[in-house]
Design a protein. Structure first.
Length: 73
């Protein structure tokens, strides 16, 4: 954990450790997500499709999907 100070212009410097961990370079875009009183800083994916590819792989059995689809009817 690294402490940073907000400037009078409401700006902060992303610490080198965090920039290196995310592989950030000057000009890169980042995402700031606020959830339940916490702030998360994420590297903006170059492709959202590539970023979510495989998230559901192996997550649901065919039987589960069949039952779920039947419940919609």
């Amino acid at each position: 954990m690294i402490e940073v100070t907000m400037s009078a212009k409401n700006q902060i410097v992303v610490p080198r450790e965090a920039r290196e961990a995310l592989g950030l370079k000057p000009g890169d875009k980042i995402l700031v997500l606020v959830r339940q009183g916490r702030v998360l800083v994420l590297q903006k994916p170059k492709s959202y499709r590539a970023a979510i590819r495989g998230l559901a792989r192996g997550g649901y059995s065919k039987d589960h999907l069949r039952k779920e689809r039947q419940s919609w009817a």
